[in-house]
Design a protein around this ligand. Structure first.
Ligand code: CTP
Length: 427
């Protein structure tokens, strides 16, 4: 009888690490205060999201918070020591150090108790002492039962904090741990991350600049239930809006139908057809510094929209007559000749052949400053996917081919080019 030998196959593929941080949050020192609410567990998710984004997260838990969640949980997700509210020998040094070095203090969840203490300048634990010592901006996300939130005392305390410059986010409406419905839930971590991102972005290189960005495809109605559209997901346009916002811009995003979450801090204008998008863009561009047209606007629409649903009936063939839609960038170029606004326009060119030549032709025809050309027939590039491979063509004849990257990174690269262009032209 031969003995069977078992073999162990050694995995030779290195483990994968997700290195995609958010540039505006990279190396930001965020001090996260966690207080005694059932929503404290959500703060661990927020700490994790901030850490993954590249921020340096220090956590202070109040004694009540440690009844719901442990410092170890936070240490595990941040890779840094989490401070529980115990007065040790180094407490004095800690509160001054943390409060002074932080870029932002976020208290989430913030109970009625901590809000009251902050409003009255009480400082009897490590978190409230640190809040009083902190010289950085402060954001709080209240979480409590609806009755406590609506109580005149809590409302008065919040008013005092807002008057002192504290940013209050939420609470959200919905079902609370008590079973009651109402306003009192902690705003979801992903949304809090958006608010933090917005706060740290103010003062960036696009501060004081108004950007108009378009995203997604348009829908051209055939009848009340049918339309013509394209495969655009809106992802690249949304990424452009986020990147401009991250650099401090005031951003209006004009988007065709899409299923993407709204971006905290961006003014979203929803449109359906090319005509609606044209109206919204021309209006928003009256005082804009830059227009980024990432939308895949339909080139043709049905000549007339049927008032009632077209019946299948006995027809074997249905002739649909199409007519050209307005070229939004051409209309913007005309408006700019009259008003000088927007100062700068960026187009996107979706091509399946002769990428650079076609893009360059569009750049001159539509009087653009830059055009971002991508071959939508290539794998991993263009519609629906999260990655794109683009070439940025400028009006001076230059063409910079970028490697395959995430749409967020493409947006960063385009914003970098816009930043350089604005500076070089003295705009
Ligand atoms: N665009 C526009 N209005 C339209 C169609 C397109 O403003 N009615 C914009 C797009 O948002 C993009 C640029 O023009 O920024 C180029 O779009 P693209 O679809 O690549 O080119 P078209 O001009 O439509 O030309 P073609 O379809 O012949 O390639």
């Amino acid at each position: 009888m031969s003995a069977k030998r078992s073999t162990i196959a050694l995995c030779t593929t290195p483990p994968l690490y997700d290195m995609s941080t958010i540039p505006v949050l990279r190396d930001q020192k965020i001090l996260l205060g966690v207080t005694g609410s059932i929503a404290a567990y959500k703060a661990a998710d927020l700490a994790s999201k901030l850490t993954q984004a590249g921020a340096q997260v220090d956590v202070i838990l109040t004694e009540a918070a440690t009844k719901f969640i442990t410092p170890l949980t936070f240490q595990s997700v941040t890779g840094r020591k989490a401070y529980a509210d115990l007065w040790g020998d180094d407490a004095h040094v800690i509160h001054v150090g943390l409060g002074e070095s932080a870029d932002l203090l976020v208290i989430a969840p913030a109970t009625a108790d901590v809000i009251a203490k902050m409003a009255h300048g009480l400082a009897n634990d490590l978190l409230t002492v640190t809040a009083l010592a902190a010289r950085c901006p402060i954001m709080i996300a209240p979480a409590m039962d609806v009755g406590m939130f609506e109580h005149p005392a809590t409302q008065a305390n919040l008013k005092v904090l807002v008057e002192r410059g504290v940013t209050v986010i939420g609470p959200a409406e919905g079902r609370m741990a008590s079973g009651l419905m109402g306003k009192g839930r902690l705003v979801e971590p992903v949304e809090l991350l958006g608010h933090i991102r917005l706060m740290v972005s103010r003062g960036g290189p696009f501060t004081g600049r108004k950007f108009v960005v378009t995203a997604g495809g348009t829908q051209e109605a055939i009848d009340p239930v049918r339309f013509i559209s394209n495969h655009s997901s809106g992802k690249q346009g949304f990424a452009m809006a986020q990147a401009a916002l991250d650099r401090g811009a005031d951003v209006t995003l004009i988007a065709g139908p899409n299923s993407l979450p709204p971006i905290v801090g961006v003014k979203l204008v929803n449109v359906r057809s090319a005509a609606e998008m044209a109206d919204a863009v021309l209006k928003a561009c009256v005082d804009a510094d830059a227009l980024v047209m990432a939308a895949a606007v339909a080139d043709f629409r049905p000549e007339a929209e049927a008032e009632q649903k077209i019946k299948r009936g006995a027809l074997d063939v249905y002739d649909l007559r199409l007519t050209k839609t307005v070229d939004i960038l051409m209309a913007v170029a005309e408006q700019r000749e009259r008003t000088g606004k927007p100062t700068l326009t960026v187009g996107f060119a979706a091509e399946t052949q002769n990428l650079i030549d076609n893009a360059r032709e569009k750049l001159f025809k539509k009087k653009l400053s830059l055009i971002v050309a991508n071959d939508v027939s290539a794998a991993d590039s263009g519609f629906l996917v999260d990655t794109n491979q683009v070439t940025i063509v400028d009006a001076g004849g230059g063409a910079a081919e970028l490697p395959l990257m995430s749409k967020a990174d493409v947006a960063e690269a385009v914003c970098e080019r816009i930043e350089r262009l604005l500076a070089s032209k003295g705009w």
